[in-house]
Design a protein around this ligand. Sequence first.
Ligand code: ZN
Length: 178
Amino acid sequence: MKKLFFEVGHTKGKDPGAMAFGTTEHVEVTRLVARCCEELASLGVQAECIPVHLLLHEKIAWINRKAVPEDVLVSVHMNSGKSSARGLEVYYYGGSSESLHAGARLQKALSLETMLSNRGLKPDTQTRHGRLGIIRDTKPWAFLLEFGFLTSQEDLEYVRTKGGGDLARALFAWLSSW
Ligand SMILES: [Zn+2]
């Protein structure tokens, strides 16, 4: 099975990401990924998280030192929006059919294993930056998840309780089918 790396979106202090309900995206995703890694270990999946204190360009340098092209990188974020907005999105390397197909399988596994509604599979070229460095400038195949909305009380509650275990089971199913 492929080795899995995680990137926790944003950085403590300088760039906390979305903010709502007295918490930040970076704090919630750090906890989510930690729970997910525990569950993956019990499923026998080798997973490692990029040190969370690094800035984005340092994270990219770190992964390019540690990973080989056969590995997989999943960057985990939480979205923000209107209080009624909910669900998950998957971003892939726009223009690559191999990334599109792997992203579609990832999204299917997430739909089956998690309780988050599905907002679609999107190319990184469709983001406001026009490209995502964590997807485009890193050696392994990389995908970015918006794992629910921090601004939705229901999504946040789910992410804090069952989210980590469900995400682990989805990733396990995805990697098993590679
Ligand atoms: Zn984010």
